[in-house]
Design a protein around this ligand. Sequence first.
Ligand code: ADP
Ligand code: MG
Length: 261
Amino acid sequence: MTTPTLTTTAAAVEVHGAHKWYGAHRVLDGVDLTVQPGQVAVILGPSGSGKSTLLRAINHLEKLDVGHVSINGELIGVRRHGERLKELSERAILAQRSGIGFVFQQFNLFPHLTAIDNVAAAPVATGRAGKDEARAQARELLERVGLGDKADAYPRQLSGGQQQRVAIARALALRPGVILFDEPTSALDPELVGEVLSAIKDLASSGTTLIVVTHEIGFAREVADLVVFLDGGRIVEQGTPAEVLDNPRHPRTREFLSKVL
Ligand code: ADP
Ligand code: MG
């Protein structure tokens, strides 16, 4: 008989009992999610199911009404019905947020900055690096996403796929432990989706913890350790790709997959 081992490693991301309302509209309805260090979690779900709200809560862009999030075991928000047990300072929130990268559907690059300055901006602004050091690092990151030759291009001179790869390099610039992607390929022409997914796959194999909201089922099957199906603000089903994608137990998951596959 093997003795069960207790792991003491903290989860990279832990969401516990998350509830969120917009007025009378319940958007998150008791979400519990644990993502271990180095894991890739893919979140699937129909439009309006709360996927973006969940990512935004993890990154403090949205406050939970009830529940908490911890990053690497560090609690970053505790709320119970109607009370605020712990309110973090803006400074603490900013410090924690700088450990989390966020890549948006619409890239959100600074239009007036070149690719290299988009990537170097946050390390300079946060005082993590001087300008020369930040630019040298930015050049390496652009090379890593296959854009070494586009360092001096402005966003408007780049394709959507290239802009999204700059956004990925920018997310990497603060050396985050966790990167959140909110439908990173949904705004792209189909022929540009592959280059962005392949940049994300490279990150996955480098051991960065990733949480990716996407409808790209092939990507989920290939890369995800954990697939989570969200519907109506609840996790209906979660498990390995083989479990959730190939043998979904819940009728809602089956119905959703039949539409996107
Ligand atoms: P998803 O990303 O899965 O499409 P969202 O998390 O964006 O879903 O939104 C979940 C629900 O919350 C939707 O019904 C949406 O209309 C609503 N919602 C999102 N943001 C707001 C907001 N700022 N104010 C009011 N309702 C919102
Ligand atoms: Mg969304």
